[in-house]
Design a protein around this ligand. Structure first.
Ligand code: KIV
Length: 307
């Protein structure tokens, strides 16, 4: 009795007068900037749904991009152009439910921001309202000036994206390395400087020669995150599906595939099917629930009487 009373007192004394606000453990822009200042590589991985979000959250990656590459990887489309905002939003919601530690950047998919700053602001706000997204990534440069300014004005950190912009693959004549000549490279350099002048917080450099990425990174005062841009950027991002070999497609040259989930997955399912066919699974006792013998007897008798 005395013990119960003591425990009650102890529990009571732990109840706060005002409920404490839930403190977010997510990393912030500051976390990424402090790595940048310490010249330590910023590691970024994409995530596209609850499962890949969980892997990312439990990993050592510094940040997560919910990229529109999910259009191909999760939804099976041919390009990023086909995915609707609603489809992307649904995947973002699932991904965000899995992540409580990492800095999250979300893309704005093709067709959801290009035509006006208002449209861009509206869709970015919908993603920010998920409560976990901390930066919005936009592909482009001069042509999205109003959009970048609008997001920054309303307090949304912007991640820029230059070099290969997959949303413009039709205009680019495919998914090609950009900036291979000095004339093309200086244009990417100018775009990068311009985005910095607008106030973007981070900049993705995709599929450009490492020499160009190195010069851009050295000339800017913000972290660059490379994908197929060599080793001299402030950080790297890879698509999780490529890193883990989730699909059977041949990854791009710059990818290092660390696992083969695709083959492992098929092998695992085949093993299950074979064990089923050879009576090895399920095993009586290990994988089964049982009933007391007298209950079985009782059940059989009752069924008989119901016939
Ligand atoms: O959609 C995507 O996966 C991207 C990468 C650059 C991370 O934008």
């Amino acid at each position: 009795m005395l013990l119960l009373f003591k425990r009650a007192i102890r529990n009571y004394s732990q109840v706060p007068i005002y409920p404490k606000a839930k403190v977010s453990r997510q990393s912030t822009l500051r976390t990424l900037y402090s790595k940048y200042q310490d010249r330590k590589p910023i590691s970024v991985i994409t995530a596209h749904d609850y499962i890949s979000g969980k892997y990312a959250n439990e990993s050592e990656a510094d940040a997560v991009i919910i990229g529109d590459s999910l259009s191909m990887i999760n939804l099976g489309y041919q390009s990023t152009l086909e995915m609707s905002f609603e489809e992307f939003y649904y995947c973002c919601k699932a991904t965000c439910r899995a992540i409580d530690r990492k800095f999250i950047i979300a893309d704005l998919p093709f067709g959801t921001f290009e035509t006006s700053a208002e449209e861009c602001g509206r869709n970015a706000i919908k993603l920010m309202k998920l409560g976990k997204v901390q930066s919005i990534k936009l592909e482009g440069s001069y042509e999205i000036t109003d959009q970048v300014k609008k997001l920054i004005d309303i307090g949304i950190p912007v991640t820029g994206h230059v070099g290969l912009q997959p949303q413009k693959f039709n205009a680019l004549g495919g998914y090609r390395v950009q900036g291979k000549t000095a004339t093309d490279a200086i244009e990417i350099f100018r775009q990068a400087k311009y985005l910095q002048s607008l106030g973007v917080s981070l900049l993705v450099l995709e599929a450009i020669p490492s020499e160009v990425a190195k010069i851009i990174t050295e000339e800017l005062n913000l972290p660059t995150i490379g994908i197929g841009a060599g080793k001299y950027t402030s950080g790297q991002v890879l698509v999780q599906g490529d890193v883990l070999g989730m699909l059977s497609n041949k990854p791009a040259k710059f990818v290092r595939q660390y696992k083969n989930f695709y083959q492992e997955g098929i092998d695992g399912i085949n093993q299950y099917c074979r064990e089923l066919n050879s009576d090895k699974y399920p095993e009586e006792g290990t994988h089964t629930y049982s009933m007391a013998p007298e209950e079985v007897k009782n059940l059989i008798e009752r069924i008989k009487s119901e016939k």
